[in-house]
Design a protein around this ligand. Structure first.
Ligand code: GLC
Length: 492
């Protein structure tokens, strides 16, 4: 029946495989490590798991540089390990979504190795200058010169050459890749840089243009219409979620129109400061934009590319308190929500990693001017008093873990009824699909809305406000008043 598919209201938990759980002691997380923790995720109460890339890769960009889309990198395990993961997920009732990286391959991909240039974007520059002024999102020019003097495009690292999606062979190959994973039984795909695949004809300079010639081009929608047909030819409710950034809610909504993708990430919500007026505006714009196309709204606070929200919201106890309130705000909204591994533990960004352990190309290519994304990718603390806190049986982790995370381990938080972990658990078990939404009158600085499930009140003002009812759940202790930086759910 239309309108009740699981993904319309799902909470999807993002696993960054390198940093989730290590089974073999090499200090890098892997697929068997994830399988062993699926019961933890089912108990937490999420509906699905999205796995960041685990494919064969030289790991220049943590696996977002894929050399073989249909095999598992040995550091993460084998295809048989993947099948076991999927089977175990079925047993505990979780769906599994895999990450697909269609904008670029690794430069170690056989096509690039065999110099199949018509499958990439090669061009000749003039006077030793690149073909145009495009900049890599990781810093520096988006073009690298090969030994014969021609240039290839890489919107990201030079180790990630952009594919030429005007070549039908590229399209056929990705149809085959989607089928490979659908046949194995995955429930869907997260699509990396989903707005990037088509570049404007003639590769014009970006100049000061508002609309970038390498993002959000009209023809990219043809790809998704064709993918949707392919995906719909499979049984079950398979879904797709698009990573589209640098765009307005209306432009993003075009990717989730009925004959294209199912969901898109809400980066406006993720980037919002802890400010009631900004959040209210984003919630309104989000709901309005998706309503027109019949897609569910989505909400997200953190992921593997952004500074963790405990830190963004002020860090320390203030950041934690706001992160608790933000979790109940997000999970109270209608639609679907994404939880990034470790946010259920209230992990902060690790800002003081030693330079020599940083691995992110953003750090490397900016010459250390940008800290990069390693600080949100530090492995998860599971148990015990000292690093690596049960992350690896080998006693090491690919990024060092702060000693004070002893208090933030899963084992420690399980015992504490008021921990962040237990707040997420309670919220996820209480949460039910909601589609209705209406703002209710509230004092300045307070967000108050009603769905068919709850009256949700988030106090972002500096003072306590009266609470009208007994909450089923609150992010911090309440009386007949709701203190600042607190959200409460009252049953409707
Ligand atoms: C996406 C990924 C990011 C990666 C980039 C290039 O934005 O989320 O981690 O670096 O694409 O693949």
């Amino acid at each position: 029946m239309a309108g009740v598919e699981w993904w319309r209201s799902a909470v999807i938990y993002q696993v960054y495989p390198r940093s989730f759980a290590d089974s073999d002691g090499d200090g890098v997380g892997d697929l068997p490590g994830i399988t062993a923790k699926l019961a933890y995720l089912a108990d937490l109460g999420v509906d699905a798991v999205w796995l960041s890339p685990f494919y064969r890769s030289p790991m220049v960009d943590g696996g977002y540089d894929v050399a073989d889309y249909c095999d598992v990198d040995p550091v993460f395990g084998t295809l048989a390990d993947f099948d076991r993961l999927l089977a175990e997920a079925r047993t505990v009732g979780l769906k599994v979504i895999v990450d697909i990286v269609p904008n670029h391959t690794s430069d170690r991909h056989p096509w690039f190795q065999q110099s199949l240039r018509d499958r990439y974007i090669f061009s000749t520059g003039s006077d030793d200058r690149p073909p145009n002024d495009w900049q890599s999102l990781f810093g520096g020019p988006a073009w690298t010169r090969t030994t014969d003097g021609s240039w290839y495009l890489h919107l990201f690292d030079p180790g990630q050459p952009d594919l030429n999606w005007r070549n039908p062979q590229v399209r056929d190959e990705f149809d085959a890749i989607l089928r490979f994973w659908l046949d194995r039984g995955v429930d869907g795909f997260r699509i990396d840089v989903a707005h990037g695949m088509i570049k404007a004809e003639g590769l014009p300079d970006a100049g000061g243009e508002q609309r970038l010639p390498y993002f959000d081009q009209e023809e990219v929608h043809d790809i998704y219409r064709s993918w949707r047909k392919l995906i719909d030819s499979y049984l079950g409710e398979r879904m797709t979620v698009a990573e589209v950034f640098d765009s307005t809610p209306e432009r993003v909504a075009r990717y989730v129109a009925g004959d294209e993708l199912h969901q898109a990430f809400n980066f406006d919500f993720l980037e919002a400061p802890w400010d009631p007026a900004v959040l209210r505006k984003i919630i309104d714009e989000t709901l309005a934009a998706v309503k027109d196309v019949g897609a569910p709204a989505t909400w997200v606070l953190s992921n593997h590319d952004r500074r963790r929200h405990v830190t963004r919201f002020g860090g320390g106890l203030v950041g934690l308190r706001r992160a608790r309130a933000a979790a109940l705000l997000m999970l109270g909204l209608p639609g679907s929500a994404y939880v990034y591994q470790g946010e259920e533990l209230g992990l902060p960004e690790v800002l003081d990693l030693p330079d020599e352990v940083r691995a992110d190309p953003q750090w490397v290519r900016s010459g250390g001017r940008e800290l990069g994304r390693d600080g949100c990718r530090v492995p998860l603390p599971w148990e015990g008093d000292a690093p690596p806190f049960g992350f690896s049986p080998g006693g090491r982790a690919w990024l060092p873990m702060p000693r004070e995370w002893a208090a933030r381990t899963v084992a420690a938080q399980r015992e504490d009824p008021d921990s962040m972990l237990n707040l997420y658990r309670k919220a996820l078990h209480l949460r039910r699909p909601a589609t209705e939404f209406a703002w209710r009158p509230a004092p300045d600085g307070v967000l108050c809305f009603e769905t068919e499930r709850f009256l949700v009140t988030a106090n972002l003002s500096g003072s306590p406000v009266p609470l009208l009812g007994v909450p089923a759940l609150a992010s911090s202790p309440v009386t007949d008043e709701l203190p600042p930086d607190t959200t409460a759910w009252i049953r409707t």
